[in-house]
Design a protein around this ligand. Structure first.
Ligand code: PCA
Length: 203
């Protein structure tokens, strides 16, 4: 089986016309990093279906690494997610009550998993290339957190690196919001390339 990096992105969220996570992931399809070929996959913005899709992909493709990408509209930098919680609120308007109705992603799974990506090395490499990035201690309680948790849970008995990076709005999306942070697709793509290079080097 060819050694691959599974790189996931999402369909547009809500009324958005695009999702930077899929724009970036689809641009990197087929790219090689240290002999590993990127396999890009577009996930639906739906907790149950996205979780099942990522679990199935890991089972059938046996990737050497798994990197999830998602949009975190309003955040100003690439967010390197440290932790995935066993908590999902499938309602799009969950912010209204702080995700009070959240349920476990996996029944009887552990409360949380830490990322298996080398975040410190990725962060250093991004800074060296002048790409704005920061560690994040919460991937939220929606689909992105669900996908990160599902991947780490599926890989819990393997050493496969896996984790998640949130991306800001791209500039074209921010044009339709009031005073919100954004980044060019080129900068985000360069950032994800640097992250994949760093991960592939550790394998
Ligand atoms: N962002 C949402 C779900 C899909 C996406 O791109 C999230 O942060 O959960």
């Amino acid at each position: 089986m060819p050694r691959i990096i599974l790189l996931t992105g999402f369909a547009p969220v809500g009324d958005e016309r695009s999702n930077p996570s899929w724009e970036v992931a689809s641009q990197l399809e087929g790219r090689k990093f240290n002999g590993l070929a990127v396999k890009s996959m577009r996930l639906p913005v739906n907790c149950r279906r996205a979780s099942q899709a990522v679990i199935d992909a890991i089972t059938t493709l046996a990737p050497a690494a798994v990197v999830g990408l998602g949009q975190a509209g309003g955040r100003p930098t690439l967010s390197l997610e440290k932790v995935a919680m066993n908590l999902a609120d499938p309602r799009a308007d969950r912010e209204r009550d702080g995700g009070l109705q959240a349920k476990p992603v996996i029944a009887r799974g552990p409360d949380a998993y830490f990322t298996r990506l080398p975040l410190a090395a990725i962060l250093r490499a991004l800074k060296r290339h002048d790409i704005p990035a920061a560690l994040s201690l919460s991937a939220g309680v929606y689909v992105c957190n669900t996908v990160m948790y599902s991947a780490l849970h599926t890989l819990r008995r393997r050493r496969t690196p896996a984790g998640f990076i949130h991306l800001p709005y791209e500039a074209a999306q921010a044009a339709h919001h009031r005073a919100v942070a954004s980044m060019s697709l080129g900068t985000m793509t360069a950032g994800v390339e640097i992250a994949l290079e760093t991960i592939a080097r550790t394998l």
